[in-house]
Design a protein around this ligand. Sequence first.
Ligand code: GLA
Length: 407
Amino acid sequence: MTEAHPTTAGRGGELGLAAAHAGAFQERFGAGGRPRVFFSPGRVNLMGAHLDYNGGPVMPTAIDRGTFVAVRARRDTRVALASTLDGALVELDIDRLPAARSGRWADYPVGVLREILALADAQGARGIGLDVLFGGNLPVGAGLSSSASICVGTAFALDAVYGLGLPRVELVHAALRAERGFVGVQCGIMDPYAVGLARQSSLLWLDCKDRSSEYIPIDHERVSIAVADTLVRRELAQGAFNERVAQCRAAFDGLRPHQPDATCLRDVRFETLAAHGGELEPASARRAHHVIQEVARTFSARDALRRGDAAGFGAEMTRAHDSLRELFEVSVPELDRLVESAVATPGVHGARLTGAGFGGCAVVLLERGAEADLAARLTRDYEAAFGRAPVVEFFGGDPGPREIPWN
Ligand code: GLA
């Protein structure tokens, strides 16, 4: 069976979900004043796989599922953080914030709180105590960036309740510093940018070398984005991700002497790799091969989308998956099965794994109207191979972090 999840699609759905979250807040923290409710989306990356930490371009888009943050100011300096996912309450004092992480989910919002309070301080403003409830409808660990969704959503909500008026990109950087510093995850820049700078009906083109960006329209009347979750979660994924980062770094260090103008692996020309790849560890050479070709594919995918050529864009996605399987070695048989079944379905333009890989989700670009056939085929083929169903969902775009006027 293909599972259907509610989405925030449509204003009615969004208001209803926000009101339900406000209700959950009042159950948790008592009636009192009404909380303000904020929403921050997740993201799916369509092109530019494993390029952000190599200085390359990426093409993510926000999805209409994500994190709800309900916030109410207190009269003291206490901050109480709760989540609909567990019963624990994390309590802090804004004048004595913890200096070290706890290893629990609350590290994400605590890290962001530290960053936003520091920015408030720099403006001569002062934080106040808050009750905060987090919740949402984004699967965790699926490669849809639940951590950037919660971090950017927290930064956005704190900026609003403290009245700081910080630019979006400052909030993105606060989220990034929190995740890299306090939480201790060496994440790339793509995820918080994809969430924080999202715009409706657009892919974000982000050049991770100079951080310049532009929006490329995507016509949701004509094309649909599906995400199929293998439900495979690899415990070792973080370690394998860090290993890929290190191998790319080693490839760059090995190739730079042959091309001194290169400032990151994205700058290395294919001829340099062809001439000197043999001097690298074989695994590092394969990673570099993927990165250098993925940069070219991502530019070509952008050209295709600008011409309105969804099929041309999709073909680059499928080539990217082949390279992620053969050269970057981050796929698993479950993802390969989904991609193979997807591209064999009429109306599908292309498919690839999204996020880091090692399990998680495949993303599919398809013509509107082909959704039912795609879901049926993915489910049938996957069940035949693995004895269980994937979760197949279709997403609308999302305009990015915002307050939802639920009352
Ligand atoms: C993970 C990371 C991103 C990016 C992708 C691969 O999702 O969080 O920064 O590196 O993998 O494209």
